[in-house]
Design a protein. Structure first.
Length: 95
């Protein structure tokens, strides 16, 4: 979104001023590299992540929320977007 602060931090993006009216668009990312075609992410909660799942996790010690994205189902998160502050209930996604 024009005017929004996004900073690259190595392989991680940091959104510093996310507001309720903002939109995070993930629709151009194929959420499951193990299947043919273009799959969408599904926002989930609870432990673990499987291919094509995304989850918001708040880290109180660092006062930031991680948007974790899993694409291949292998151990380890494939992509992370960092969001400043406590944002685990943010819901304006294009999946």
């Amino acid at each position: 979104m024009p005017g929004r602060a996004v900073e690259a931090a190595g392989d991680v993006d940091l959104i510093t001023d996310l507001a309720a009216e903002d939109l995070i668009n993930l629709s151009l990312i194929d959420a499951d590299a193990t299947r043919a075609g273009d799959q969408r992410f599904k926002l989930v909660s609870g432990p673990g992540l499987r291919a094509s799942e995304a989850k918001l996790v708040y880290d109180a010690g660092l006062d930031r929320t991680e948007l974790r994205l899993e694409i291949d189902g292998a151990p380890g998160v494939d992509m992370i977007v960092l969001i400043s502050g406590d944002q685990p209930n943010f819901a304006n996604f294009v999946l």
